[in-house]
Design a protein around this ligand. Structure first.
Ligand SMILES: [Zn+2]
Length: 270
Protein backbone atom coordinates (compact mmCIF):
# COMPACT_ATOMS: atom_id res chain seq x y z
CA UNK A 1 0.00 0.00 0.00
CA UNK A 2 1.24 3.51 -0.80
CA UNK A 3 2.21 5.84 2.04
CA UNK A 4 -0.94 7.42 3.50
CA UNK A 5 -1.99 10.54 1.64
CA UNK A 6 0.12 10.04 -1.50
CA UNK A 7 -1.51 9.72 -4.94
CA UNK A 8 -1.61 6.19 -6.35
CA UNK A 9 -2.20 4.72 -9.78
CA UNK A 10 -5.78 3.84 -10.60
CA UNK A 11 -6.39 0.32 -11.87
CA UNK A 12 -9.93 -0.56 -12.98
CA UNK A 13 -11.75 -3.31 -11.07
CA UNK A 14 -12.94 -6.35 -13.07
CA UNK A 15 -16.47 -4.87 -13.20
CA UNK A 16 -15.24 -1.58 -14.66
CA UNK A 17 -12.86 -3.35 -17.04
CA UNK A 18 -15.70 -5.65 -18.11
CA UNK A 19 -18.05 -2.73 -18.71
CA UNK A 20 -15.40 -1.00 -20.84
CA UNK A 21 -14.92 -4.22 -22.83
CA UNK A 22 -18.68 -4.49 -23.42
CA UNK A 23 -18.71 -0.93 -24.77
CA UNK A 24 -15.75 -1.58 -27.07
CA UNK A 25 -17.28 -4.87 -28.23
CA UNK A 26 -20.64 -3.23 -28.91
CA UNK A 27 -19.00 -0.53 -31.01
CA UNK A 28 -16.96 -3.09 -32.96
CA UNK A 29 -20.02 -5.25 -33.70
CA UNK A 30 -22.04 -2.20 -34.79
CA UNK A 31 -19.31 -1.21 -37.24
CA UNK A 32 -18.94 -4.75 -38.59
CA UNK A 33 -22.62 -5.70 -38.65
CA UNK A 34 -25.07 -2.83 -38.01
CA UNK A 35 -27.98 -5.29 -37.76
CA UNK A 36 -26.58 -6.50 -34.42
CA UNK A 37 -27.55 -3.20 -32.80
CA UNK A 38 -30.16 -4.67 -30.40
CA UNK A 39 -27.50 -6.97 -28.92
CA UNK A 40 -24.97 -4.15 -28.72
CA UNK A 41 -27.49 -1.82 -27.08
CA UNK A 42 -28.59 -4.56 -24.68
CA UNK A 43 -25.02 -5.22 -23.59
CA UNK A 44 -24.31 -1.55 -23.01
CA UNK A 45 -27.52 -1.08 -21.01
CA UNK A 46 -26.81 -4.18 -18.91
CA UNK A 47 -23.29 -2.96 -18.10
CA UNK A 48 -24.66 0.43 -17.03
CA UNK A 49 -27.22 -1.24 -14.78
CA UNK A 50 -24.44 -3.31 -13.18
CA UNK A 51 -22.29 -0.21 -12.57
CA UNK A 52 -25.26 1.70 -11.13
CA UNK A 53 -26.19 -1.17 -8.83
CA UNK A 54 -22.60 -1.38 -7.58
CA UNK A 55 -22.63 2.37 -6.85
CA UNK A 56 -25.90 2.11 -4.89
CA UNK A 57 -24.42 -0.59 -2.64
CA UNK A 58 -22.26 1.32 -0.14
CA UNK A 59 -20.23 -1.66 1.09
CA UNK A 60 -19.33 -3.05 -2.34
CA UNK A 61 -15.76 -3.16 -3.64
CA UNK A 62 -16.88 -3.61 -7.26
CA UNK A 63 -15.94 -0.01 -8.15
CA UNK A 64 -12.67 0.11 -6.19
CA UNK A 65 -11.12 -0.72 -2.83
CA UNK A 66 -13.46 0.04 0.05
CA UNK A 67 -12.80 -0.27 3.81
CA UNK A 68 -15.69 -2.23 5.34
CA UNK A 69 -13.66 -3.60 8.26
CA UNK A 70 -10.30 -2.67 9.79
CA UNK A 71 -7.20 -4.45 8.44
CA UNK A 72 -6.13 -7.65 10.22
CA UNK A 73 -3.28 -5.82 11.95
CA UNK A 74 -5.91 -3.90 13.95
CA UNK A 75 -6.42 -7.03 16.08
CA UNK A 76 -8.84 -6.57 18.99
CA UNK A 77 -9.83 -3.05 18.04
CA UNK A 78 -12.84 -1.42 16.46
CA UNK A 79 -13.44 1.95 14.79
CA UNK A 80 -16.26 4.33 15.65
CA UNK A 81 -16.99 6.63 12.70
CA UNK A 82 -19.22 9.68 13.13
CA UNK A 83 -20.68 11.42 10.07
CA UNK A 84 -22.25 14.70 8.96
CA UNK A 85 -20.87 17.07 11.62
CA UNK A 86 -19.64 19.18 13.12
CA UNK A 87 -22.85 20.08 14.92
CA UNK A 88 -22.79 22.84 17.57
CA UNK A 89 -25.20 20.98 19.89
CA UNK A 90 -24.38 17.30 19.37
CA UNK A 91 -20.64 17.14 18.64
CA UNK A 92 -19.45 18.61 21.99
CA UNK A 93 -21.64 16.10 23.83
CA UNK A 94 -20.28 13.25 21.71
CA UNK A 95 -16.73 14.40 22.53
CA UNK A 96 -17.52 14.34 26.28
CA UNK A 97 -18.97 10.85 25.95
CA UNK A 98 -15.88 9.61 24.07
CA UNK A 99 -13.64 11.12 26.78
CA UNK A 100 -15.66 9.38 29.49
CA UNK A 101 -14.98 6.04 27.76
CA UNK A 102 -11.39 6.95 26.82
CA UNK A 103 -12.42 6.16 23.25
CA UNK A 104 -11.13 7.52 19.96
CA UNK A 105 -13.29 8.12 16.92
CA UNK A 106 -13.08 9.16 13.30
CA UNK A 107 -15.26 12.14 12.34
CA UNK A 108 -16.28 12.32 8.68
CA UNK A 109 -16.96 16.06 8.55
CA UNK A 110 -18.78 18.09 5.91
CA UNK A 111 -16.55 20.94 4.65
CA UNK A 112 -19.24 23.64 4.78
CA UNK A 113 -20.20 22.72 8.36
CA UNK A 114 -16.55 22.70 9.39
CA UNK A 115 -16.21 26.21 7.94
CA UNK A 116 -19.25 27.28 10.01
CA UNK A 117 -17.97 25.70 13.26
CA UNK A 118 -14.17 25.61 13.04
CA UNK A 119 -13.67 25.63 16.84
CA UNK A 120 -15.50 22.31 17.08
CA UNK A 121 -13.26 20.75 14.43
CA UNK A 122 -10.23 21.98 16.36
CA UNK A 123 -11.66 20.40 19.53
CA UNK A 124 -12.14 17.07 17.75
CA UNK A 125 -8.44 17.00 16.85
CA UNK A 126 -7.23 18.40 20.20
CA UNK A 127 -9.07 15.61 22.00
CA UNK A 128 -7.27 12.88 20.05
CA UNK A 129 -9.72 12.05 17.29
CA UNK A 130 -9.37 12.12 13.50
CA UNK A 131 -11.10 14.38 10.98
CA UNK A 132 -11.79 12.86 7.55
CA UNK A 133 -13.47 13.96 4.33
CA UNK A 134 -17.25 13.64 3.85
CA UNK A 135 -17.38 16.07 0.88
CA UNK A 136 -17.76 19.86 0.92
CA UNK A 137 -21.54 20.16 0.68
CA UNK A 138 -22.94 16.62 1.22
CA UNK A 139 -25.04 16.89 -1.94
CA UNK A 140 -27.66 14.19 -2.39
CA UNK A 141 -26.88 14.03 -6.10
CA UNK A 142 -23.20 13.26 -5.40
CA UNK A 143 -23.44 9.83 -7.07
CA UNK A 144 -24.78 11.47 -10.26
CA UNK A 145 -21.84 13.88 -10.60
CA UNK A 146 -19.25 13.65 -13.34
CA UNK A 147 -15.54 13.35 -12.56
CA UNK A 148 -14.89 17.14 -12.55
CA UNK A 149 -17.71 18.04 -10.16
CA UNK A 150 -16.91 15.07 -7.95
CA UNK A 151 -13.26 16.09 -7.72
CA UNK A 152 -14.20 19.70 -6.87
CA UNK A 153 -16.50 18.51 -4.04
CA UNK A 154 -13.82 16.31 -2.52
CA UNK A 155 -10.92 18.69 -3.14
CA UNK A 156 -12.79 21.63 -1.55
CA UNK A 157 -13.44 19.58 1.60
CA UNK A 158 -9.83 18.40 1.58
CA UNK A 159 -8.63 22.02 1.63
CA UNK A 160 -11.26 23.21 4.15
CA UNK A 161 -10.70 20.38 6.61
CA UNK A 162 -6.92 20.37 6.19
CA UNK A 163 -6.78 24.12 6.92
CA UNK A 164 -8.91 23.89 10.05
CA UNK A 165 -7.72 20.55 11.46
CA UNK A 166 -4.08 21.22 10.60
CA UNK A 167 -3.71 17.83 8.97
CA UNK A 168 -5.12 16.64 5.64
CA UNK A 169 -7.76 13.89 5.58
CA UNK A 170 -6.65 10.42 4.46
CA UNK A 171 -10.11 8.87 4.07
CA UNK A 172 -13.22 9.76 2.14
CA UNK A 173 -16.78 8.60 2.72
CA UNK A 174 -19.41 9.36 0.08
CA UNK A 175 -22.65 11.14 1.09
CA UNK A 176 -25.10 8.32 1.96
CA UNK A 177 -22.37 5.94 0.77
CA UNK A 178 -23.57 6.30 -2.85
CA UNK A 179 -20.97 6.38 -5.65
CA UNK A 180 -20.33 5.99 -9.35
CA UNK A 181 -17.32 4.70 -11.34
CA UNK A 182 -15.73 8.19 -11.50
CA UNK A 183 -15.05 8.25 -7.75
CA UNK A 184 -12.14 5.84 -7.40
CA UNK A 185 -9.86 7.57 -9.98
CA UNK A 186 -10.49 10.88 -8.17
CA UNK A 187 -9.64 9.32 -4.80
CA UNK A 188 -6.46 7.79 -6.28
CA UNK A 189 -5.35 11.20 -7.60
CA UNK A 190 -5.95 12.84 -4.21
CA UNK A 191 -4.35 10.01 -2.21
CA UNK A 192 -7.59 9.26 -0.35
CA UNK A 193 -8.98 5.87 0.66
CA UNK A 194 -12.69 5.09 0.49
CA UNK A 195 -14.22 3.98 3.78
CA UNK A 196 -17.72 2.66 4.31
CA UNK A 197 -18.66 0.58 7.34
CA UNK A 198 -19.33 -2.87 8.76
CA UNK A 199 -22.67 -1.84 10.29
CA UNK A 200 -24.70 1.33 10.72
CA UNK A 201 -27.33 2.31 13.25
CA UNK A 202 -29.61 4.37 10.99
CA UNK A 203 -29.49 6.96 13.77
CA UNK A 204 -30.61 9.82 11.51
CA UNK A 205 -34.00 8.15 11.07
CA UNK A 206 -34.58 6.06 14.22
CA UNK A 207 -35.62 7.88 17.40
CA UNK A 208 -35.03 4.80 19.57
CA UNK A 209 -31.47 4.64 20.91
CA UNK A 210 -31.75 1.03 22.06
CA UNK A 211 -32.80 -0.07 18.56
CA UNK A 212 -29.87 1.87 17.07
CA UNK A 213 -27.50 0.17 19.55
CA UNK A 214 -28.94 -3.27 18.77
CA UNK A 215 -28.32 -2.73 15.05
CA UNK A 216 -24.73 -1.68 15.71
CA UNK A 217 -24.08 -4.63 18.05
CA UNK A 218 -25.69 -7.34 15.89
CA UNK A 219 -22.70 -9.60 15.19
CA UNK A 220 -20.34 -7.18 16.98
CA UNK A 221 -16.71 -8.28 16.55
CA UNK A 222 -13.10 -7.12 16.48
CA UNK A 223 -12.20 -4.94 13.45
CA UNK A 224 -15.75 -3.64 13.04
CA UNK A 225 -16.21 -0.16 11.58
CA UNK A 226 -19.42 1.29 13.05
CA UNK A 227 -21.29 4.30 11.68
CA UNK A 228 -23.26 6.85 13.73
CA UNK A 229 -24.01 10.55 13.16
CA UNK A 230 -23.38 13.77 15.06
CA UNK A 231 -24.96 15.78 12.21
CA UNK A 232 -28.58 15.14 11.16
CA UNK A 233 -28.97 13.16 14.42
CA UNK A 234 -32.45 11.81 15.18
CA UNK A 235 -33.87 12.73 18.61
CA UNK A 236 -35.69 10.51 21.09
CA UNK A 237 -39.01 11.43 22.76
CA UNK A 238 -37.22 13.54 25.35
CA UNK A 239 -35.41 15.43 22.60
CA UNK A 240 -31.99 13.85 23.21
CA UNK A 241 -29.94 12.93 20.13
CA UNK A 242 -30.10 9.11 19.94
CA UNK A 243 -26.40 8.88 19.07
CA UNK A 244 -25.48 9.67 22.69
CA UNK A 245 -27.25 6.76 24.40
CA UNK A 246 -26.56 4.39 21.48
CA UNK A 247 -22.84 5.16 21.47
CA UNK A 248 -22.70 4.80 25.26
CA UNK A 249 -24.17 1.28 24.95
CA UNK A 250 -21.75 0.35 22.15
CA UNK A 251 -18.70 1.60 24.05
CA UNK A 252 -19.75 -0.34 27.17
CA UNK A 253 -20.13 -3.48 25.06
CA UNK A 254 -16.69 -2.89 23.54
CA UNK A 255 -15.12 -2.53 27.00
CA UNK A 256 -16.87 -5.72 28.19
CA UNK A 257 -15.27 -7.64 25.32
CA UNK A 258 -11.85 -6.07 25.68
CA UNK A 259 -12.14 -4.24 22.34
CA UNK A 260 -10.30 -0.91 22.21
CA UNK A 261 -11.17 1.87 19.79
CA UNK A 262 -8.87 3.16 17.07
CA UNK A 263 -9.14 5.83 14.39
CA UNK A 264 -9.04 4.71 10.76
CA UNK A 265 -5.77 6.55 10.21
CA UNK A 266 -4.17 4.78 13.19
CA UNK A 267 -5.29 1.49 11.65
CA UNK A 268 -3.77 2.31 8.25
CA UNK A 269 -0.32 2.86 9.68
CA UNK A 270 -0.56 -0.28 11.84
ZN1 LIG B 1 -23.45 11.74 5.44
Amino acid sequence: MNAPGTPRRWTPTPLIGGAAAVHAGALASLLAAPATWPWAAGGVIASHLALTAAGLWPRSALLGHNWTTLPEAAGARIAITIDDGPDPDVTPRVLDLLDAHRARATFFCIGERARAYPRIVEAIVARGHAVENHSQRHRHNFSLMGPGAMRREIDAAQTTLGDIAGVAPLFFRAPAGLRNPFLEPVLCALGLHLASWTRRGFDTRTGDASLVARRLLHGFAARDILLVHDGHAAKDREGAPVVLAALDTVLRAAADRGLATVTLREAIVG
